[in-house]
Design a binder for this molecule. Structure first.
Ligand code: MF3
Ligand code: CO
Ligand code: CO
Length: 278
């Protein structure tokens, strides 16, 4: 996130209905992007795909013109931590790419991202992406009324560091609703005792950015692209959530696994004469 309006706005049941719809569209857009991802495509082609799908569904791609961001989606390749600008750069075999989709439908924003494998990943890329996916999952497991926001960052940081990775500190999760970025801020590091207590009706993202090397980053000349200082790989996953009476609802949950990112149910291809399967 960027500078956020600090206020935490609790959502009504009606607000939540609208948020669910925008979040469902964001999730479907991300599924589509995963389906279409190919070695050799440009990140501009991803932008066109995402833009078209969102607009065709009566929504607006929130990044477009947001504080001057020039495109409709963020595409962050390899050492790019976040806010990568779609361009004529072609994806190469072995790249990883985070695609961060945000759309505004009926006045509410839905925000979700994932890191995908382009072609065949290296062992270290696979490790980083699996650790990052798990960081988001364990962060989500902390969400319930009465807990402090700080619990989320505490478990994420502990796990990432135990896996030999580092947690980005310059960007955090954020409240979301009628504004793209609202309160609270949701750090992916730090002390459990910090931050607001979670309450039913709060809606925010968890979006850990996890690096193989240093957590430190630099912003490129374009004023947007954040890269790791050591140019080693960075990955990110993001969901938009609502705190419920009993726990948490993942508003950007997907109807199926993401292609080129998540393990799928599809059985691995086997030769016809495989003696095990007959
Ligand atoms: N989607 C990003 C987030 O998760 C924000 C992108 S801001 C943009 O908070 F301007 F770069 F699009
Ligand atoms: Co976000
Ligand atoms: Co996002």
């Amino acid at each position: 996130m960027l500078a956020s309006k600090a206020q935490i706005r609790l959502k009504s049941a009606r607000d939540l209905e609208a948020l669910r719809r925008s979040c469902r569209l964001a999730a479907e857009t991300l599924l589509l992007a995963g389906d279409r991802l190919r070695v050799g495509m440009t990140t501009l082609e991803i932008d066109e795909l995402v833009h078209g799908f969102i607009v065709d569904h009566g929504a607006y791609p929130s990044p477009l013109n947001y504080h001057g961001f020039p495109k409709s989606v963020c595409t962050s390749v390899n050492e790019v931590v976040c806010h990568g600008i779609p361009s004529r750069r072609r994806l190469r075999d072995g790249d990883i790419i985070n695609i961060d989709v945000t759309c505004k439908l009926d006045g509410f924003h839905g925000d979700t991202s994932a890191t995908f494998f382009v072609g065949t990943p290296s062992a270290e890329a696979r490790h980083l992406v699996e650790v990052t996916r798990r960081c988001l999952e364990i962060g989500i497991e902390q969400v319930r009324p009465g807990r402090r926001i700080g619990e989320i960052g505490r478990v994420i940081e502990a796990y990432a560091v135990a896996q030999g990775c580092s947690v980005v500190r310059d960007f955090v999760g954020h409240g979301i609703g009628r504004d793209f970025h609202e309160g609270p801020q949701v750090p992916h590091f730090g002390d459990a005792g910090r931050g607001a207590r979670m309450e039913p009706g709060m809606t925010f993202t968890i979006e850990p950015m996890i690096n193989l090397g240093t957590w430190e980053l630099e912003i490129l000349e374009d004023g947007w692209t954040a890269v790791t200082k050591d140019r080693r790989l960075s990955a990110q996953f993001e969901h938009t959530l609502a705190v419920t009476e009993t726990g948490c609802e993942v508003l950007t949950a997907r109807s199926r696994p993401l292609r080129h990112s998540e393990p799928t149910d599809e059985p691995p291809a086997r030769p016809a004469t495989d003696p095990v399967s007959g």
